[in-house]
Design a protein around this ligand. Structure first.
Ligand code: NAD
Length: 254
């Protein structure tokens, strides 16, 4: 593939895990990559690592669940570069494990804020700049959990990702007239810090997860990044309102 010149990608939650792999991949493809996160030390190291690879990268530390911070920072980025070509709404996570009966309102709001409000805040702020982009698009992240309701205690994560599934289609309808495409990826179990706690406390459970994957292994962050790179590219110029599963056949539920 020829190098992409002058394109700007904003990736939320990009200081580690899948988000960092996406930043690296888009950076190698020629994008200027703007990494967001809340761990500033990791963010600055990530930018250094990308720069060493010849990638133009910048770090913006802000909390994706804070409406005002998101609007201020994304507007700053948009003004600085004059446009945004790709917004990758990657930040998200389990947040809290609690059964619904015991879940506090604060816990509920935290998980919905991290996975769903964040997509709304970042997308709304980016739309004026995506309108100035070229084959501009938004990528959201849903999960198998949105279909199957997730494991015990992760029901609210599932609920929030169900919302991401819907907002992907709703945004696609809303933005089609501007030729802004909106798609989602649905990673299966990908080996990232997302699973750090279970990997450390219940390694046998973590090791057994691969048995439910048709391809017999967990996914790597780079395998999600490759699909994101395709979805934002000109090769995907007629794809919108779509969700691509990246789970090695895990969704079949073997
Ligand atoms: P991760 O925990 O490794 O990374 C999440 C990133 O988001 C971290 O860098 C974290 O610092 C950042 N973050 C957390 N709260 C934030 C906030 N308030 N503001 C800004 N950044 C914040 O997780 P990951 O596996 O890389 O997951 C990336 C996305 O993929 C998430 O949306 C997740 O729900 C989704 N996903 C992951 C898996 C998986 O198995 N890893 C499966 C399905 C979906």
């Amino acid at each position: 593939m020829s190098k992409i010149e002058g394109k700007i990608a904003v990736i939320t939650g990009a200081t580690g895990g899948i988000g960092f792999a996406v930043a690296k991949r888009l950076g190698k493809d020629g994008y200027t990559v703007i990494l967001n996160g809340i761990e500033d030390d990791k963010g600055l190291k990530a930018v250094e690592e990308l720069a060493a690879d010849g990638i133009t990268a910048e770090y913006y530390g802000f909390d994706i669940t804070n409406d005002e911070e998101v609007t201020k920072n994304i507007s700053e980025i948009g003004e600085k570069y004059g446009k945004i070509d790709a917004l990758i709404n990657n930040a998200g996570g389990i947040g809290v494990r609690a059964r619904f009966e015991e879940m506090t309102t604060a816990e509920y709001k935290f998980v919905m804020g991290l996975n769903l409000d964040s997509v709304f805040f970042a997308s709304r702020a980016a739309i004026p700049f995506l309108k100035k982009g070229e084959n501009a698009s938004i990528i959201n992240y849903t999960s198998n959990a949105a279909w199957n309701g997730a494991g015990p205690g992760a029901g609210i994560y599932a609920t929030s990702k169900g919302g991401v599934q819907s907002i992907t289609r709703a945004l696609a309808k809303d933005l089609a007239e501007y030729n802004i495409r909106v798609n989602a990826v649905s990673p299966g179990t990908i080996d990232t810090p997302f699973h750090a706690q279970i990997k450390a406390t219940k390694p046998e459970v973590f090791a057994s997860w691969k048995n439910s994957v048709l391809l017999g292994r967990l996914g790597e962050p780079e395998e999600v990044a490759g699909v994101v790179a395709f979805l934002v590219s000109d090769d995907a110029s007629f794809i919108t309102a779509e969700t691509i599963q990246i789970g090695g056949g895990q969704a079949l539920g073997i």
